[in-house]
Design a binder for this molecule. Sequence first.
Ligand code: CA2
Length: 147
Amino acid sequence: MRANVLILNGPNLNLLGQREPAIYGHETLADVEARCRALGAELGLEVTFKQSNAEHLLIDWIHSGREDAAAIVINPGALSHTSIAIHDALKACDCPIVEVHVSNIHRREDFRHFSYVSLAATGVIAGLGVHGYLLALRHVAQLLAAK
Ligand code: CA2
């Protein structure tokens, strides 16, 4: 059975590619999903890709991931900077967790510099555009192959 990688996206990421291209680029979330699915197939991974604007849904998906995800890749959007609840849900997971940000949050407003999620993540990728999702997938594929 192929290992399942759960890729979660938080608030406003459904707007990717539709506004603020100077910060977030031109690719839509559907483009990102297609690229992740194609790479996942190449790497022998099953990809579950989800987005919600609702914090509680993200938390429920993280809880389900405890049962069936070999790794979690998460772009929590602005909830990175505010959500102790997402931090706590991730802390309850034993699998590798990669936090991805399309933009370089450290070059932006002060309120984006801190992420509760980073405290629970195995690693963080920021500022590499949507390519960050693909790098995260390659990283977890390597980790899982080494297990
Ligand atoms: O850089 C990232 O990936 C972020 O997680 C994106 C979040 C932002 O709040 C984080 O600080 C960094 C925003 C999600 C995308 O929001 C959009 C808003 C307007 C147009 C396009 C996207």
